[in-house]
Ligand binder design. Structure first.
Ligand code: PHE
Length: 483
């Protein structure tokens, strides 16, 4: 078998796994013909669209980051500020991205080519594609770790281990010359396989499957956590408003967390929105996505913090809490092995539904702008992102001495994306939709050509023009240490 036939068979095999006959190489011709006749495949059902969009928003940010950030920034007071920003600023920016994507029916770059022809705005589209690529390159690293932890929980490897043993399991794993890399590659393979299935048979089908399961698991975990003795302290840590801890800094981190959690500003929602049917109500969809995202963050807090408190563990930031302390927490629970398996499966689902939304951005670009067939576009994008990402994964092991501005490769990539590109993208969306674009375009998308009531349209455009960009600019200055 020559290498071309081998690749051909491999692609068909992946297509078969994802169940999409349309993406078989030998039928691809028809799909690209359809593209040229400007027929684009979108989400089949409204529930599918919401599951996909909420899947993008709900991710590692909700499950490991939110509980800690909320707890240390004023608990209930932070929660109120977070919810306020989510609705007052996250919603308008999300709705702007939805309107742009659905109006243009294009990928992130094509949207600006169509809506702002002959201008340099397409460079912003390009920036979004680069940002999505970079985010996935480090998101894939942590997602690979979650797969290893699913495996460690299934093989009951934490049984009888001391806290130090659990620490060394984690540090040995992430610094191993290739183990973390293999899981990373495995995770990217799964992400690529789903994206290769296309919008309906890949993204929509798997989001519809994973999001309800994710919800069931997180509700079960929260109920279980609340039955623990001493859980009240954890709930108090999360919900009791400690107004004295609510500083200017924590108000800005609430806004930053809201943005990261909603996946706004990166061309992701814009790309997904280009698949939303024309008669769906964009405001209704964005409200549902926002409610789901916030609910999962709160449930994650309820699931994690009481357990952490009842075992007298100090809640600490980032991956540490999830990968170092939770295995210890689960050890102490009745039927802890099962809860551990469920928790890490939950984390994998959350990561996977966000990862596919990130991969779809460059894939849609390659298909629509570079006229590649979807299977090839997926293979190329997945390979490139995995190659870049392997440097991030190896930066905890063999490449740990490589530093950029005093940060490891992983930290530098995370910093660049989360602290600079994400807010920058948010500001540019506001400027484009609020200042550059004709208001009638936004109005016709939000009101479905005047057939829906839009009572808040003026308030909405006011926020988009003034409030949102100024607030995001403040976050940018804050994370850069300027204010
Ligand atoms: N919203 C995702 C989360 O909460 C992270 C993400 C950010 C995904 C930006 C895509 C783009 O984890």
């Amino acid at each position: 078998m020559n290498s071309k036939t081998l690749l051909f068979n491999l692609l068909n095999f992946i297509a078969k796994l994802t169940g999409n006959k349309n993406c078989f190489i030998f039928t691809v011709k028809n799909r690209s013909d359809m593209h040229h006749s400007n027929h684009r495949i979108g989400f089949k059902s409204k529930f599918g669209a919401i599951a996909a969009l909420a899947g993008s928003a709900v991710g590692l940010g909700n499950i490991w980051k939110f509980p800690y950030v909320a707890g240390t920034n004023g608990g209930g007071a932070f929660l109120l500020v977070y919810i306020f920003f989510t609705i007052a600023i996250g919603l308008p920016v999300m709705l702007a991205e939805f309107s742009l994507g659905r109006r243009s029916q294009q990928n992130a770059l094509g949207t600006f080519r169509v809506l702002a022809p002959g201008t340099k705005w397409f460079l912003f589209g390009l920036l979004s594609i680069i940002a999505a690529t970079l985010i996935l390159s480090f998101y894939g690293t942590v997602s690979g770790w979650t797969l290893e932890y699913v495996w460690l929980s299934i093989s009951n490897s934490f049984h009888g281990q001391s806290a130090e043993d659990i620490n060394s399991i984690f540090t040995n794993f992430i610094s191993h010359p290739y183990k973390a890399l293999l899981w990373h590659i495995g995770f990217m393979f799964l992400t690529g396989a789903i994206i290769m299935g296309g919008v309906q048979k890949g993204i929509e089908r798997y989001s519809k499957l994973m999001m309800p399961l994710l919800f069931i698991i997180i509700i079960a975990l929260s109920i279980n956590s609340m039955t623990l003795s001493g859980s009240a302290e954890g709930l108090r840590f999360l919900f009791f408003p400690k107004l004295s801890e609510l500083t200017a800094d924590s108000i800005l981190s609430a806004l930053g967390q809201a943005f990261f959690s909603l996946s706004v500003g990166m061309g992701i929602l814009l790309t997904y929105a280009s698949y939303i049917p024309k008669n769906d109500n964009l405001t209704g969809i964005s409200l549902k996505v926002i409610i789901t995202d916030t609910l999962v963050a709160i449930l994650a807090g309820i699931a994690i913090l009481p357990a952490v408190f009842s075992f007298h563990i100090d809640p600490q930031a980032g991956p540490g809490l999830v990968f170092l302390t939770l295995p210890k927490v689960f050890q102490g629970l009745p039927a802890g092995e099962i809860w551990a398996i469920l928790f890490f499966i939950l984390l994998t689902f959350a990561a996977l539904t966000s990862a596919i939304s990130l991969l779809e951005v460059p894939v849609a670009y390659l298909v629509e702008e570079k006229k590649l067939k979807r299977p090839w576009a997926t293979v190329i994008a997945t390979l490139v992102i995995t190659c870049i990402g392997s440097f991030n994964t190896l930066s905890f092991g063999p490449l740990r001495h490589v530093q950029i501005f005093g940060m490891s490769l992983f930290d530098a990539c995370d910093y660049l994306c989360s602290n600079i590109l994400l807010p920058l993208g948010g500001i540019l969306i506001c400027i484009f939709a609020g200042w550059y674009l004709d208001k009638s375009i936004l109005y016709s998308e939000i009101s479905n050509n005047g057939s829906l009531k839009t009572r808040f349209f003026r308030l909405y455009t006011f926020i988009l023009k003034y409030i949102a960009p100024i607030c995001i600019f403040l976050i940018l200055l804050n994370v850069l240490g300027i204010i």
